[in-house]
Design a binder for this molecule. Structure first.
Ligand code: 5CA
Ligand code: ZN
Length: 409
């Protein structure tokens, strides 16, 4: 599928600032530790994309902004970033929504993906190099299921194909959760732990035989459609290979989605790990509940844009929270962000300011330490509030906010 247009990213060396040095450390859910990422010349990142309906709400945007910072920090360190994202353009919840509204599921997905592209563009989120829909990835998915079958890591229940978690001795490495919690989360997040005939309640669906009235594709396992986890597993391995640097998403994806995806990939390829770090953003809530499509308590980026909100203020409102925090959206957060944006814009419009090299060092340092965006914003606040005679500083500060935080002033 088409990705979205890339915003310009200024190079801070072109603005007369020194090069970055400190590697990016990120919290890895798999080990529970914050560790330096160690990419080669090209850093490789996979971030789970939307299921295209009710997008883009501020929870989605918050998650994509977190990984946009990863991308920007790596680029500032001189890496090329190979970034891949999917869109789950065929799955139960999407088909259910299309059924409810009477819309064709493909039209619903196309429209929502375009809205998402427009929102990401407005928020200056760097686009993935490959933006891959589940439907277009079906041949890859089938290939991965074939590999699993070749390793005796599939079985059937009434024509549906399952992955036995017993095939992966490392199962549990991503979430580290006790079994009872895995079972509860599986039921909550699209799994079917109660289905009779499964060898293990946690075993994951790889291929679902075609149901009446639903779309299906021909495959060696019969006509049907892919399960959810194998979609991201197959796309990530195809485009990035194994042991890529970061797999990302919201914290609700740690189990079962990233756990299962890692298991599928590791059993199918006989290599490990799938990703070197599993990185998860916190959940944004509204009115005391996680913002989610099923609850319907959503604030949309596109609605805010339509009502005249500056996308840079939306960006600042989200970056004011640490990416791993769970937090509640309030309209006041947007007012505060707009006021901050105004102060920053006034500061870079001055003929001179305090030297910007210490600002670059501070912003880089905060972001390198597990993306402490709130501290990075506070460093820009302090620069903007101080006076100084450095005539190069306003343009340099503008470049810092743009390159590292994605905020154009
Ligand atoms: N298509 C799958 C991933 S393969 C999916 O989870 N789609 S989604 O549309 O439900 O979510 C897209 C991304 O936004 C996921 O990373 C998810 O973890 C994240 N997300 C969803 N709700 C929130 C929320 N309230 N706060 C923060 N992130 C959220
Ligand atoms: Zn995914």
């Amino acid at each position: 599928m088409r990705s979205w247009p890339a915003p310009e990213v200024p190079r801070l060396s072109d603005a007369g600032l020194p090069a970055a040095a400190r590697p990016l450390s990120l919290h890895d859910t798999g080990t529970g530790e914050t560790r330096p990422t160690t990419p080669g010349e090209t850093a490789r990142m996979y971030v789970c994309g939307i299921t295209p309906y009710d997008a883009t709400h501020l929870g989605h945007a918050n998650t994509y902004l977190a990984f946009d910072l990863v991308n920007r920090v790596w680029q500032d360190l001189g890496h090329r970033v190979h970034y891949v994202q999917n869109a789950t353009d065929v799955d139960d919840p999407l088909l259910e929504r299309a059924q409810q509204t009477g819309e064709d599921w493909r039209e619903l997905a196309d429209r929502e993906i375009q809205l998402f592209r427009d929102d990401m563009t407005a928020l200056r989120v760097l686009p993935p190099d490959q933006y891959i829909g589940a439907v277009e990835a079906i041949p890859l998915i089938v290939e991965m299921i074939e590999k699993l079958r070749g390793r005796d890591a599939t079985y059937e229940v009434s024509g549906d194909v399952y992955f036995p978690i017993a095939a992966d001795p490392a199962f549990g490495q991503v979430s580290g959760l006790p079994r009872d919690e895995m079972t509860a989360l599986s039921a909550e997040r699209g799994g079917d732990p109660g289905r009779p005939g499964k060898r293990d309640p946690l075993d994951a669906l790889l291929w679902m035989a075609k149901r009446p009235g639903e779309p299906g594709w021909e495959s060696p396992f019969g006509e049907g459609r892919p399960g959810w986890h194998v979609e991201c597993s197959a796309i990530s391995v195809e485009y990035l290979g194994m042991a890529f640097d970061v797999e990302g998403g919201g914290s609700d994806l740690a189990f079962p989605h990233h756990e299962m995806g890692a298991s599928h990939a590791q059993v199918a390829t006989g290599e490990r790990p799938h990703a070197r770090a599993y990185v998860h953003a916190g959940m944004v809530g509204l009115d005391g509940e996680k913002m989610s499509k099923s609850r319907g308590n959503l604030v949309f980026v596109s609605k805010l844009r339509q009502s005249g909100t500056d996308p840079m203020a939306i960006r600042l409102a989200l970056l004011a929270h640490h990416y791993r925090a769970d937090w509640e959206w309030t309209p006041a957060a947007l007012d505060e962000a707009a006021a901050r944006l105004g102060r920053w814009r006034a500061a870079v419009a001055r003929p001179s300011g305090p030297p910007a090299a210490p600002l670059a060092a501070a912003v880089r340092d905060h972001l390198a330490g597990d993306l402490d965006a709130p501290a990075a914003l506070a460093a820009v606040d302090a620069w903007a509030a101080a006076g100084g005679a450095d005539e190069a500083a306003p343009a340099q500060a503008r470049a810092i906010a743009d390159a590292l935080l994605g905020v154009t002033l």
